[in-house]
Design a protein around this ligand. Structure first.
Ligand code: ATP
Ligand code: MG
Length: 469
């Protein structure tokens, strides 16, 4: 049998049979407990996490199936085996549906039962091993969750590898959408703190008065609305990591309190005098230039130095354009997977982006950085319904080459004036025709290209055909 002795509960109302099985299983190394009824079994299960239960199906009171169901619900990895009397195969099937692993028919030889137990234990071992491997893969994937191979990103990975396992405070700066939160999470998951919580607090999203209570917690009656005692984020992150997002927006008073936490690792809940000690790694993030805020007197210099122990700067996407194809591919996979699970989705070929589409994606300056790119791809995937290639028509208008610049060159006002309504109508018709060509006649997509409702587009088409006949 396997290394550690397995704890087994046997549930059988016939005492002689029960003790006989119990003794034989004990001889084979199992730690056996007995229960004479379903009720007794349930109360034993409530107190102890058995590895295995063997239960008779027909029991007075709570029957075997119900015991199996309760046991499996409480301990998903428990092995439940049912013992069936003559003519109760149907009940055994029912028990298996409720989570039993297997059944043995009465009367049985002990070897038969031992064999069933062996194979159940072996299966469970494989299952846990697989789960472990999968978890390890996911763990690694999480670090790879930061996509990038450009030089600045390579440098970032290198830096993260060395700092993740330390306890140092880190200050992440970068424009909106550059991945500050993703990086903070990666640091946490690659540190020894990964078994504990990663807690994020966006200092900009909460009014100043509430922010303090959110961070430090509060006691009952500390302020209007403070109904009970509450743990703050700092306490929640004990032994883990706390991300203070948009740290540049904190008030002076709060900055000072935060400084104390960083220096002493202690604080009080709002309205309380009791000092709480915590072990928290702080990661701060900001999209403003803290150095400039310090110079302008809006951010405490001492706090800045405390936070900026290890500065991590995330470059804007436009400064690492060679990451764009990789990111596009990553997001395509992500949103395709979501699409494939939708009802009625056909197993389509891999989605790709046309060469022209990729050129556009790489030429754009992405003020919203990776988040904006992610949104653009999500939208494009939704638009390509059925097609296997994302085309420029599927990409958001803001990334299309600026039309305003060329507009003035095609719009001229002749000496003797124009018929404005007729000219505008002509331009309208031309644009509608082109959008239909590009979308190969798909009116829904054409309407979207023009930011029109489909019905509006159809109306206009009808009007054109009337005008032209
Ligand atoms: N390098 C990357 N690889 C993969 N996904 C990324 C990467 N960077 C950012 N993302 C994705 O972009 C989105 C925005 O990232 P995140 O929230 O970390 O940005 P942020 O810098 O915290 O933005 P903000 O300043 O607006 O809070 C997320 O959906 C994230 O998964
Ligand atoms: Mg963020």
């Amino acid at each position: 049998m396997a290394d550690t002795p397995k704890h087994l509960l046997i549930i059988e109302d016939e005492a002689p049979l029960r003790t006989a099985i119990a003794e034989q299983l004990s001889d084979h190394g199992y730690r056996v407990e007995q229960a004479e009824s379903g009720e007794v079994a349930l109360s034993k299960l409530a107190d102890f996490a058995f590895d295995i239960i063997i239960t008779d199906l027909r029991l007075p009171g709570v029957d075997g199936s119900a015991v199996v169901e309760a046991a499996v619900e409480r301990y998903p990895h428990i092995i439940a085996i049912v013992v069936t009397g003559y003519g109760t195969v149907k009940d055994a099937v029912e028990a298996i549906k409720r989570g039993a692993y297997d059944f043995v028919n009465k009367p049985f030889q002990i070897d038969e039962l031992l064999h069933v137990l062996d194979s159940a234990l072996e299966q469970r071992r494989l299952k846990t091993e697989n789960a472990y491997l999968r978890a390890q893969l996911e763990e690694r994937h999480r670090f790879e969750g930061i996509i990038g191979k450009s030089q600045p990103m390579e440098r970032l990975f290198h830096l993260l590898e060395t700092v993740a396992s330390t306890n140092s405070t880190i200050l992440i700066t970068g424009e909106t959408g550059t991945g500050k939160e993703v990086v903070a999470q990666a640091i946490h998951h690659n540190s020894l703190r990964r078994m504990h919580r990663f807690v994020a607090l966006n200092c900009n999203a909460i009014p100043e008065t509430l922010l303090e209570a959110e961070l430090f917690g509060h006691v009952r009656g500390a302020f209007t609305g403070a109904i009970g005692n509450r743990q703050g984020r700092l306490e929640q992150a004990h032994k883990g990591t706390l991300l203070l997002d948009e740290v540049g927006t904190m008030s002076g008073a709060l900055q000072m309190k935060l400084l104390r936490v960083l220096q002493e690792r202690e604080f009080e809940r709002v309205g309380d005098s009791h000092t709480i000690k915590v072990d928290v790694r702080v990661i701060a993030a900001t999209n403003s230039d803290l150095g400039r805020l310090v110079a302008a007197g809006q951010f405490r210099e001492d706090l800045f130095y405390r936070l900026n122990v290890i500065p991590v700067q995330l470059p804007p996407l436009r400064e690492r354009k060679d990451d764009i194809p990789l990111l596009v591919h990553h997001f395509l996979e992500k949103f395709e997977a979501a699409r494939a699970t939708r009802p009625g989705a056909k197993p389509s070929e891999r989605l790709t982006v046309s060469q022209e589409g990729m050129r556009l994606l790489m030429a754009y300056h992405w003020p919203g950085n990776v988040r904006q790119l992610e949104n653009a791809i999500e939208r494009a995937v939704a638009f390509t319904a059925g097609r296997s290639q994302i085309d420029i028509g599927d990409l958001p208008v803001e990334i299309q080459p600026a039309k305003e610049a060329t507009l003035s060159s095609i719009v001229t006002l002749p000496e003797d004036g124009v018929d404005l309504a007729a000219l505008v109508a002509k331009i309208e018709q031309e644009l509608i025709q082109r959008s239909l060509e590009r979308t190969r006649g798909n009116k829904g997509q054409a309407a979207r290209l023009l930011k029109l409702k489909r019905t509006t587009l159809v109306e206009k088409l009808k009007r054109f055909s009337r005008r032209n006949h």
